[in-house]
Design a protein around this ligand. Sequence first.
Ligand code: PMV
Length: 322
Amino acid sequence: MSTATAIAHPNIALVKYWGKRDSALNLPATGSLSMTLDIFPTTTTVSLDEGASGDVLVFNGEQRVDGPAERVTRFLDIVREMAGSTLSARVETVNTVPSAAGLASSASGFAALAVAASAAYGLDLDTRSLSRLARRGSGSASRSVIPGFAIWHAGDSDETSFAEPVAAPDLAMVVAMVEKREKPVSSREAMRRTVLTSPFYPAWVSSTAESLEAAAEACRDGDVERLGRITEVNALRMHALIQSCDPPIRYLSPVSVEIFDRISALRESGVEAWATADAGPNVVILTRPASVDAVTAALDGLAELAVAHPGPAAALVSRAGE
Ligand code: PMV
């Protein structure tokens, strides 16, 4: 029996991915730029099972038979096709993100699954192929394959849509966990609704492409101030866009907004810090490592906080069998 275990970490986008040009292949409308974190790892073991007639998913010790299990099977079907195999698999995954904090757990989850499943099925994939494969499970997972800062090129085909590393200045993130309940509308559904109903969607696509170019340039120049400004503007544009759907969706809560306000006030006092948020109420603050204490002090009492630095690539930790 072939078995492989991999570890991957979540990533937080500074320039966000929101909207697909092809949902079967998970091709995004625009490129994006992110930092892979060094906290909240997902560990996934894939074991091929010759006797089984279907895949099994065990998530944090509990067997799942619902949506997540179907999503894993759809993903394994892609791996099986690549490997020319018909074997079912047992997937055991342990996620250390505080329960349902909505912090890009699909990114670390599908990055770890891409690495473990490709190894268990005997595929020898390079980083680019792993990023393309992870993308098929969840778009943002393409970036969790890469250590530190990554740019996911939108591309226009399966072959051209992948993430790769980008050099960046020394930065840290403070994660403010506002709420731990599951988000009311999945990012998949919310993206679909945005593309179909928001009158602002074309402006989002063109402005994000410009922001990505500017952010990549700021990374290359080590211009923290410019990168931070782009990060906060891009996040607030994404949330404005999402609120402009019909029916509308609002992910930020009053506490999230309070955190954005406190970070803005902190900036006025001379601390370099900028806020961003994914499809949920949690807020992540981009700052310099030396300013982490000032940021955590400013948010004291508002939310549970965790400090992150640039993290490692998704990696295979063990492999056994044929
Ligand atoms: O990859 P998904 O389907 O989980 O979508 C991620 C969307 C955002 O987290 C909001 C933005 C991003 O670029 O990570």
